[in-house]
Design a protein around this ligand. Sequence first.
Ligand code: FMN
Length: 347
Amino acid sequence: MDGKRKQRKKEHIKYSMLLEKMLQRNVFNDITILHNCLSQVNLKDVDLSSNLQNIKLTSPIIINAMTGGMKKGEIINRKLSEIAKKLGLAMAVGSQTIALKRPNSIRSFKVVREINPDGIIFANLGADATVEEAIKAVQMIDADALQIHLNVPQEVMMKEGRRNFTGAINNISEIIRNINVPVIVKEVGFGIAAEEALTLVENGVKIIDVGGTGGTNFMAIENMRNKSQTYKHLQDWGIPTPISLIEAVKTVGNRADIISSGGLKNGLDAAKSLALGAKATAFAGSFLYILLKEGPSSLEKHILKIEKEIRYIMAMTGVKNIEELKQRPVIVQGNTFQWLKCRGIII
Ligand SMILES: Cc1cc2nc3c(=O)[nH]c(=O)nc-3n(C[C@H](O)[C@H](O)[C@H](O)COP(=O)(O)O)c2cc1C
């Protein structure tokens, strides 16, 4: 079983890389931040800091959950955490379920804390984890928060995946009641609707990562893994990231901090997310692709460029910080506008 789990993790990396190469990552095309011709901003005063509840972020860029559990995962986690440390970014590890079952894979996760003793690190488990497992995952890496991932479309596509999803929300609120770090509930690329964002908040969730469509697609990945039977026509399932972001922000208001992720590719997507009300932005597949194809120094340059782009956009918008960026008008057009109209959500 655990050998199969390792193999699956390797295949997730392999197929996400293949899909990444073909991906457009253009879901934010319907969103425009209003230009400000009378900007009064001095670029050196632009402040990119943010916060997720009590967690202070010096940058709104988060390296999202990807891997761990096997040698390759350890190497990737090591490189990502070196970059996270150097650039002061928060970083999540991949699902730690394997380490709870197989102690010899704990190293591949712990390495992230060893390299970055003072950094912001998020643990990661599925919504079926017990309180005891959640506590162990957090302790394993001395995590600042626990991510709980929601991934029903991936599980149903996976031959060996879960088939029973009952109890997820009760489980999440039980974990929140019994753990001493903030819990971030995240989707893995199919989005979170207003209805479920509200349910999460009503059950004590204070940080939501919308993880919408437009980037890494785990239904496509599972279809590539399962050569005997594919469900290609289901692959477009889900809620595009900007829509999910707007649905969540408009519904939960200031009762939870929202992270934008799923298909983000550059500083413009990140700035649009922040203008739409996200507290932070998270990147996974595109970072992994650059890391594995071009190496750590390319990824480092790429992230610095994203931050620079956000700063430039803030200058062009006439705002000095993320709070002010949120006040700037945003124009929503096309399919995104139509969707929100159908849903009765006014932006
Ligand atoms: C290779 C790979 C492995 C992943 N493994 C996990 C995981 O273990 N736990 C999790 O919560 N999300 C996992 N994700 C999902 C990401 O954290 C993220 O939610 C998703 O990829 C969408 O973001 P993106 O479009 O920037 O890749 C994984 C993503 C990739 C590319």
